[in-house]
Design a protein around this ligand. Structure first.
Ligand SMILES: Cc1cc2nc3c(=O)[nH]c(=O)nc-3n(C[C@H](O)[C@H](O)[C@H](O)COP(=O)(O)OP(=O)(O)OC[C@H]3O[C@@H](n4cnc5c(N)ncnc54)[C@H](O)[C@@H]3O)c2cc1C
Length: 440
């Protein structure tokens, strides 16, 4: 049976969408694949999330670039599903639809004071320093001496490390010019990295944790009292390995002591749950409650204390943002699905399928599995397809929507790299500049 008449639509050109396109292209040669993104640029959080000083991680984009450039694959950037094209229209156009929209919305702390000025979600803050157009004008307040970062994952570490680095340490990064200027004029003296649970429950990876040992001007402070002497029973082999390595790194920081010659201090603080943010108009303090861990959960101990925090950044996870009609599991903040199946002909993969966990390559297995499902479900298909691009292009033209194609992205890329002047690139962070560069 020939499948060359089939049209596949993928919503989201992040890692998951690219892995799905690659897998489907290999398993169903000859099908036409359209891959949409709301941004004029592809690669999702590889461009807009991964820290600008982690250029090695961003290299994976080259692999995705090859996928987008393949025959039969079209990139349609600057097309937001739910705004430019509806879910119903996509289902009418494509034989198979795969939703890979990631998880872009910050989870809320749900405590008083969260809406004060100078309180940000990490998604907003990262989008700002990474040049995502929606985040470009955040202009976060970094004018105080203290920053509290709430959360114990790699995103919290990224933010603390970037704020702690000197301009020299950021010279080889693609941190956007507006963020470099803001970091350079900041006079931060203390950064608190706050976890509700203990060091064993933190989801840092050891490599990210170890980077704090090399910072030029920042001291990394850990109170040895907060570190357990031994590992508890009941951890899986993998958990035990990670926890033991992380503890070694934290113990080494604790052993260094005060490092009083450093102008900036990064404090790891465990077993502290935020209960309120205080301030008149803007954040000034965070009230924390001491906790202990029981069965993996933080249990309050009824004792509160306060730290100064002129800026508060929460990094406690994300939710997907559904578009109208998309089956959605609101409690979990993910696309409603059963092992990747959403409804007949519609599938999902990546962070919007399983929640915001896992590094870039972790999405590959998910995407391969979805490609297998699609292949199985298409087994009896007669190969006569839906209209695909013919319908979509007519709809977009009628609405005056301006899609950025793969050649347009390559022009953006070339313009950014040329503007880098020794840096990997200088990102275009405003939509109008991206569209102008795409048009050449
Ligand atoms: C701050 C941060 C730092 C990270 N650092 C690392 C790291 O150093 N190393 C590592 O391996 N992993 C890192 N990760 C994890 C990694 O980024 C994810 O595993 C991966 O990006 C998830 O891929 P995805 O395709 O599911 O989602 P995403 O990468 O979020 O891609 C989703 C895409 O869908 C698009 N989209 C959303 N809604 C719509 C819509 N309505 N219409 C059209 N398009 C839409 C988005 O614009 C986006 O391009 C980091 C994550 C974050 C948040």
């Amino acid at each position: 049976m020939s499948r060359s008449g089939l049209h596949i639509g993928i919503v989201g050109a992040g890692p998951s969408g690219c892995y799905v396109a690659d897998a489907i292209g290999r398993k169903l040669p000859g099908v036409r694949i359209d891959i949409f993104d709301r941004l004029p640029t592809p690669f999702g959080l590889v461009r807009g999330g991964v820290a600008p000083d982690h250029q090695g991680t961003k290299n994976i984009a080259r692999q995705f670039e090859r996928t987008l450039g393949k025959d039969g694959v079209r990139f349609l950037g600057n097309i937001s599903i739910g705004r430019d094209i509806s879910y119903e229209e996509l289902k009418a156009a494509y034989d198979v639809l795969v939703i890979t929209i990631g998880a872009l919305e910050d989870r809320r702390l749900g405590i008083p004071g969260e809406n004060l000025d100078a309180v940000y979600g990490s998604g907003q803050f990262v989008a700002w320093y990474n040049g995502i157009p929606d985040g470009r004008d955040l202009d976060p307040r970094l004018d105080g001496k203290t920053v509290a970062i709430i959360g114990n994952g790699n995103v919290a570490l990224d933010i603390a490390r970037l704020l702690g680095k000197t301009p020299d340490e950021l010279a080889a990064s693609d941190l956007c010019a507006h963020a470099r200027a803001a970091f350079e004029s900041a006079r931060i003296e203390d950064i608190w990295l706050i976890g509700r649970r203990g060091p064993l429950e933190a989801s840092f990876t050891t490599a990210e944790l170890a980077e704090f040992g090399d910072l030029a001007r920042a001291a990394t402070l850990v109170d040895p009292v907060q570190l357990p002497q031994t590992l508890p029973d009941g951890l899986s082999e993998e958990q035990e390995k990670v926890a033991a390595k992380n503890l070694d790194v934290l113990r080494a920081y604790a052993a260094r002591g005060e490092q009083n010659d450093r102008p900036l201090r990064i404090h790891f603080m465990f077993h502290a749950a935020p209960v309120a943010i205080l301030g008149a108009g803007r954040a000034r303090e965070v009230v924390l409650e001491r906790t202990r861990v029981e069965n993996g959960r933080a249990v309050p101990r009824g004792e509160t204390f306060t730290i100064q925090a002129d800026t508060v950044i929460s990094a406690i996870g994300y939710r997907s943002t559904p578009f109208p009609g998309l089956p959605f599991d609101a409690a979990r903040g993910i696309v409603a699905n059963a092992q990747g199946r959403v409804e007949p002909g519609v599938y999902t993969s990546g962070w919007c399928k399983r929640g915001p966990q896992g590094v870039v390559p972790a999405n590959r297995a998910d995407s391969l599995a979805v490609a297998e499902l699609i292949l199985a479900d298409l087994a009896g298909h007669d190969g006569v397809g839906k209209p695909g691009a013919a319908l979509i292009d007519a709809l977009l033209a009628g609405r005056g929507a301006r899609a950025v194609d793969f050649a347009g992205w390559q022009r953006i890329n070339a313009a950014e790299v040329a503007a880098g002047q020794g840096r990997p690139r200088e990102k275009l962070a405003r939509l109008e500049d991206l569209l102008a560069a795409a048009a050449g």
